[in-house]
Write a protein that binds this ligand. Structure first.
Ligand SMILES: NC(=O)c1ccc[n+]([C@@H]2O[C@H](COP(=O)([O-])OP(=O)(O)OC[C@H]3O[C@@H](n4cnc5c(N)ncnc54)[C@H](O)[C@@H]3O)[C@@H](O)[C@H]2O)c1
Length: 284
């Protein structure tokens, strides 16, 4: 099957970025969020980033306008599910919430539609189990910011077919990304390794090992990372980070994944990082 029309659920941090790269690659996109204001915010960010690409001579004005015109925003779930070849889901990182979304969209979508979750760590097999299309259910894990990061983890659930896997790997390449196929284990490859490091950086801050700038500089200069772990935490979103670390902790039942109390406290205070203007750093 050839993918032509793609619906993206969620216009947040990841959803709008995925919409931008998919539209730039020539696909017809429906971007769906639950409120007009969230949709507008996502669409405004796409427009801003496409304009920046024109200013920096990465694309022509015509290409940017064409890409933007391929994205249709909607809050109507029926419209979003009417005829897509693929749904990429980028709604909040909560298993029960995501399962609720899949239960809702499964009967609304045509049989051909592939479901791809952008989950950071949750079980693809468990999400697929609430649908009648387990063979057409897969993980398509983009990294933040999706416009820049080159990797897409392609995660096979227990019942994911070879055909679905090949279609999604091929699509990732058409988006200009490199797919890496992985099996369905919590956190997959990258987050299983990277998130405990970010969590440990928050423990180090909490224990007074160094200042936030000191921790970030040490990792940037000592390990040659482009960003420090606390800056990265703010970019990911502390709610998303906590949800993912909790998934690792609960699924592996291993104390090495225990979330730092400071991370829990910041999420409770609503200091979620860049998206709320305040996390470990301030963004006003
Ligand atoms: N933030 C990251 O760095 C990152 C990286 C890779 C993967 N992810 C994963 O991507 C997913 C989304 O994360 P995010 O950071 O973009 O979250 P976010 O909170 O920025 O955005 C989620 C969006 O989904 C919308 N939404 C809620 N219910 C919806 C529904 N039923 N239909 C359509 N939209 C709905 C929300 O209104 C919100 O705009 C999560 O599974 C997360 O783990 C996040």
């Amino acid at each position: 099957m050839e993918i032509k029309k793609i619906t993206i659920l969620g216009a947040g941090t990841m959803g709008h970025g995925i919409a931008q790269i998919a539209a730039t690659a020539g696909y017809e996109i429906i971007l769906r969020d639950i409120k007009d204001e969230f949709l507008k915010e996502g669409l405004d960010k796409i427009k801003y980033r496409l304009n920046r690409n024109v200013e920096k001579n990465r694309m022509t004005r015509e290409e940017a306008d064409e890409a933007f015109s391929r994205i249709k925003g909607t809050t109507d779930l029926n419209e979003a599910c009417r005829d897509p070849d693929l749904i990429i889901e980028a709604v909040p990182e909560d298993m029960e919430f995501k399962k609720g979304v899949y239960r809702e969209i499964d009967p609304l979508c045509p049989e051909k539609t592939i479901f791809a979750s952008n989950t950071s760590a949750l079980s693809i097999t468990e999400m697929a189990s609430v649908t009648k299309r387990q063979d057409k259910f897969i993980g398509m894990h983009f990294f933040n910011p999706p416009q820049i990061m080159r990797l897409v983890e392609v995660i096979r659930g227990v019942e994911t077919s070879d055909e679905t896997t090949e279609i999604i790997k091929d699509l990732a390449k058409k988006f200009g990304k490199t797919p890496v196929e992985v099996n369905d284990f919590p956190g997959f490859v990258v987050n299983r390794i990277a998130f405990p490091m970010i969590n440990e950086a928050i423990f180090a801050l909490q224990n007074g090992v160094a200042t936030k700038e000191g921790i970030d500089n040490a990792i940037k200069l000592g390990l040659n990372h482009p960003m420090g772990p606390l800056e990265l935490a703010d970019m990911i979103g502390l709610d998303v980070l906590l949800a993912t670390v909790l998934t690792l902790y609960e699924e592996y039942r291993d104390s090495k994944y225990r979330p730092a109390p400071l991370l829990i406290k910041m999420v409770r205070a609503g200091h979620l990082g860049r998206k709320t203007g305040r996390g470990f750093y301030e963004y006003y």
